[in-house]
Design a protein around this ligand. Structure first.
Ligand code: NDP
Length: 322
């Protein structure tokens, strides 16, 4: 019987990925993606990787027979896709299956930020409703607002679809205008921020998006402004944001992602007008199962039919056999 293809799984990953992969492949596990944890002899037999988190150039270099890295999540900034591309190694991610969940979370976070529902629930649970009376009226409302979406991709579009139902105006910024959408396009983030009073960030972590939401963008968003970030913490200058929330440059912020997770700056934790979530936008069992299945299905498709299901744009490869 031919030896089974060997798949390396560094670090933790959803059990469902392992259960699916075990049926077809041999699994090799290491604590984290560190070449020092895998002997050369073992490294030589690895043909595929399933990973949730980082997988850098040193690991890619350590695996001479590597063909594919199947990454858990739509954002694949933890995987060095350019190093993989240079080696002819395919990289896949898990797009689309989480669009609706992440968009739903974004709306929940937006409403919580503007209408302060978490604080209102705490008021009830702490007995303050009984003791002190009604929860204070929220100074902010969704009514009459205009939302700007920074990144109108797969998820940004699903967020826009939901916002339409709230009857508020929608605009967006991307590097290139998206064809066939009815929303106003702004060629720069600064112009978008100046034209709206809700800014929703859902862009990937790339060199170009680093700390692009800085003091000047927050200034442009204005005193009634609300920032929502569900993309990557990398995109926001957290120090500038904390200062803007403190001095009233903007009104409130809702964040699901942070620059150095799971470390959340004390300056943000101290602010009553910051609504903070621990990176849970896609974190339901059903959606994480769908993502897990796509991680496994990409490896099965690659080694079975020679084509990945959802390759990232940097690695448009098919499998070379023989
Ligand atoms: P897409 O690739 O479909 O969309 C990305 C969008 O960002 C596109 O509209 C793109 O347009 C735009 N964009 C990229 N770079 C720039 C730039 N420099 N300036 C302006 N716009 C830019 O990705 P998804 O919608 O599937 O996912 C987006 C990101 O959301 C992921 O990469 C991930 O990091 C994050 N995410 C976070 C989650 C969470 O748990 N909080 C869950 C899921 C995703 P154009 O190329 O025209 O500029």
């Amino acid at each position: 019987m031919a030896a089974r293809t060997r798949i390396l799984v560094p670090g933790t990953i959803r059990e469902r990925v392992l259960d699916r992969l075990k049926e077809t492949f041999d699994i090799v596990r290491i604590e984290r993606a560190d070449p020092a944890l895998l002997a050369r002899s073992e490294a030589a037999s690895i043909a595929g990787v399933a990973v949730s988190g980082s997988f850098g150039a040193a690991m890619i270099e350590h695996l001479p027979a590597l063909e594919i890295i199947s990454s858990f999540g739509v954002g694949y900034d933890g995987v060095d896709a350019l190093a993989a591309a240079a080696r002819g190694v395919a990289v896949t991610n898990t797009p689309d299956v989480l669009n609706d969940e992440v968009a739903d979370t974004t709306i929940g976070l937006l409403l919580n930020t503007i209408r302060r529902f978490p604080q209102a629930e705490a008021w009830l649970r702490e007995g303050r409703w009984k003791r002190e009376g009604a929860f204070p009226l929220t100074p902010l409302s969704l009514r009459g607002r205009r939302a700007g979406i920074y990144g109108l991709g797969r998820i940004g579009l699903a967020i826009a679809e939901r916002l339409k139902g709230f009857g508020i105006e929608i605009a967006y910024h991307t590097r290139r205008p998206r064809e066939g959408v009815p929303y106003a396009y702004y060629p720069s983030l600064a112009e978008l921020a100046g034209a709206v009073d809700i800014l929703i960030a859902i862009v990937p972590k790339t060199p170009q998006t680093h700390r692009t939401i800085d003091a000047s963008i927050l200034q442009a968003l204005g005193a009634n402004g609300v920032l929502i970030n569900v993309g990557r913490g990398w995109t926001v200058d957290e120090e500038a944001l904390a200062a803007a929330l403190k001095d009233g440059t903007i009104a409130a912020a809702g964040l699901d992602v942070f620059y150095d997770e799971p470390n959340v700056p004390q300056a943000l934790l101290d602010l009553p007008n910051a609504t903070l979530l621990p990176h849970v936008a896609s974190a339901s069992v059903a959606t994480r199962d769908a993502m897990a299945d796509l991680v496994a299905d990409n490896l099965l498709a690659w080694f079975g039919r020679g084509v990945p299901l959802t390759p990232v744009p940097e690695t448009p490869f098919t499998r070379k056999t023989g």
